[in-house]
Ligand binder design. Sequence first.
Ligand code: NAP
Length: 313
Amino acid sequence: MSAGALGPPLAEPVVGRLAIVGIGLIGSSIARAARERGVAGRIVCIDRDPAVVERARALGLGDEQTLDVAQGVAEADLVILCVPVGACDAVGAQIGPCLKPGAILSDTGSVKASVIAQLKPHLRPDVHLVPAHPVAGTEYSGPDAGFATLFQRRWCILTPPEGTDEAAIGRVEAVWTAMGAEVERMSAEHHDLVLAITSHVPHLIAYNIVGTAADLETVTQSEVIKFSAGGFRDFTRIAASDPTMWRDVFLHNRPAVLEMLGRLNEDIAVLAKAIRWGDGDALFDLFTRTRAIRRGIISQGQETPEPDFGRRR
Ligand code: NAP
């Protein structure tokens, strides 16, 4: 096998049999990246939708593709759930009794405490739960949307419950590292608080701004589209993200999102006051601080410095 964009295949696979449940953007990207790096001896792709299973087969994702989740996970050494956060209880109930002793169960959900609470009751003590969240994605969904380099130079956060087997955590870490990600560990609760402000609330703001613009009576929808300035366009990209996934994120990270929204509302009130009273210094100081944060993100390689992301006008 020749070296792909992620580098040459590993000398030895990290796991024997890898089962991926949910072959959407994230699941299909894992299938592609794991194949390219030779992460697993055999890759099984599982989805509940016959059209997705068929498409995964046509795209050559994994070595096997199946609708039968129980059979698909039965012999797996590592199972990665790539389904919406709200589906974890149902999927956990289906697969829990079928997992082999010593199997590792992981996931990719954007919320962690809820996923652990949903999965744990379905697992025997001889199954290792190592939850994960790759902080990488796009606004597209489905098996065609994935690509092997999605996780390259992106963070993957592991939130293993206290007392989780270190060898199991090490295996999951090795899988993500092989797929190009940088791995960090934290508690599920801390993850949910951090992601509420860096990801969940920004998505809520985007959904809100685009929704408000669409509802305006004095500006027609065609004007919103025709004169969409850079700022608004950037929000529309985020607001085009998968409705099921994001509904579940907000329903399953309620306390942290509501805490951050409370803070945000207070800060917006301060900004409104500065504008009303003509306090240019307050606005200038804030905008200077926020510009530095953007530059920090670029200097850490998490974003491109290209103006307007190099889009054509
Ligand atoms: P996606 O493209 O919509 O794919 C999800 C797949 O899971 C779909 O094929 C869906 O089928 C399937 N599915 C749903 N419920 C299922 C069930 N009960 N059993 C089997 N398959 C089921 O979603 P995604 O963007 O890959 O997201 C997957 C997970 O990764 C989510 O938990 C999300 O929070 C997380 N994540 C997403 C991003 C992102 O930017 N998209 C980034 C990081 C993490 P149906 O179409 O029939 O429902």
